[in-house]
Design a protein around this ligand. Structure first.
Ligand SMILES: *[C@@H]1O[C@H](CO)[C@@H](O)[C@H](O)[C@H]1NC(C)=O
Ligand SMILES: *[C@@H]1O[C@H](CO)[C@@H](O)[C@H](O)[C@H]1NC(C)=O
Length: 362
């Protein structure tokens, strides 16, 4: 019913504004049954992300953990994402090393931003960093570039987490979005930019959370065809500690950000939805979330009963999100979505191993 309505509205609009009927991709995602392994065999991992290089090869990144040793690993696909094989390691640490996000620049340089915290014997952070490293050999070897932000841990929560990288509209300025804690109950999304491939960074601007109380985190950004940006994030705003998903928008390529819109509120009152990412593919917004709304026991910090779902919407800054679709019923934390220039969308999840599945319109 809703599907045909969307089609009808799109058809009517395009008849009014143009003589060419522009087909809109169907909003209902179909999840491929083929899981593409991002990790090499025998390698478990979490926090999977994809990036594309100028030669159209794809890089996958994820965190593998062995005892207290965390390793940020990189795999590469030269067949459009059908198969991946290991290429290198960004960094290894017994600290709190995680949340790697890759960005391929036009000159072939690849930047990786990640959280890189020192911890004490109880694994409580003592020093926080968002670190940037680079590779000029397609992910095989990595060298240190800069700390975007670093600070000593205080007795109140003051961490920095979950960097997301994007190239600005000028094609050369790099933007990093990340979560910055003000206290245990309040966190903002900040953005800093670099005009020298990550060597130096501007002062932060606030993307979300400056005038609200809640844990705004896990930012992801996508760009509409008219240049407007949408930033999606999780927040506890207005829900006493439970997470839901919201968005903000920018009409000046990230320099300043507008009002908040709801993306998703989990169905069960005591459940959570968070860790979102977003892409725009074939004129459709696609968001990934993790949620414990189907679980009978809710322990978000222990990731109990976490499932990976996607939502879609027609492009709008206050989008009507729907068509919720399960990607996997297995425990799958910190998922992501990524789109190729061809319009293919990959949904990436991590449980026993990290994988990608293609999403198509059914
Ligand atoms: C949730 O999980 C955390 C971490 O595993 C644990 O410390 C906590 O006791 C759990 N909470 C409940 C209500 O079970
Ligand atoms: C840009 O495109 C989005 C998505 O179609 C739309 O919601 C927005 O109103 C457009 N214009 C501006 C100035 O953001």
């Amino acid at each position: 019913m809703y599907r045909s309505l969307v089609f009808l509205v799109a058809a009517l609009l395009s008849q009014v504004t143009s003589s060419v009927l522009v087909p809109r991709a169907n909003l209902v995602p179909h999840v491929s049954t083929t899981a593409i392994k991002l990790a090499g065999s025998g390698t478990s991992g979490a926090y999977p992300r994809l990036a594309v290089l100028p030669d159209n090869s794809l890089l996958g990144s994820f965190t593998s953990v062995s005892g207290t040793t965390h390793t940020l690993r990189v795999t590469r696909s030269t067949d459009g994402g059908s198969t991946f094989s290991s290429v290198g390691t960004i960094a290894t640490s017994t600290g709190d090393l995680d949340n790697a996000f890759l960005l391929g620049l036009s000159d072939g340089t690849i930047l990786a931003a990640f959280r890189n915290h020192d911890v004490d014997a109880n694994r409580k952070p003592t020093y926080y960093r968002i670190t940037v490293c680079k590779s000029t050999d397609k992910g095989a070897t990595w060298t240190f570039v800069s700390q975007v932000v670093e600070r000593s841990a205080t007795t109140t929560n003051n961490g920095v987490w979950e960097p997301f990288l994007r190239l600005a509209a000028d094609g050369s300025t790099v933007q990093v979005y990340y979560a910055s804690e003000n206290s245990g109950s309040d966190q903002d999304i900040l953005m800093q930019s670099s005009k020298d491939k990550g060597a130096t960074w501007s002062s932060p601007i606030t993307v979300a959370g400056g005038s609200t109380t809640g844990r705004d985190g896990m930012p992801g950004v996508a760009r509409f065809s008219n240049g407007t940006l949408i930033c999606i994030f999780e927040t506890t705003e207005g829900s006493t500690g439970r997470f839901n998903v919201k968005s903000v928008y920018s009409t000046n390529d990230g320099a300043s950000w507008g009002s908040r819109s709801t993306v998703y509120i989990p169905t069960a009152a005591d459940s959570n939805a968070g860790a979102p990412q977003v892409v725009i593919a074939q004129d459709t917004l696609v968001a990934s979330i993790m949620t414990d709304e189907d679980s009978s026991t809710h322990n978000w910090s222990a990731l109990t009963g976490i499932r990976f779902k996607v939502l879609t919407a027609a492009p709008a800054i206050q989008a009507s999100w729907g068509h919720k679709t399960l990607v996997t019923a297995d425990q799958a934390a910190w998922p992501s979505v990524f789109t190729l220039s061809t319009g293919t969308v990959y949904a990436c999840g991590g449980s026993a191993t990290c994988y990608a599945v293609a999403l198509t319109a059914s």
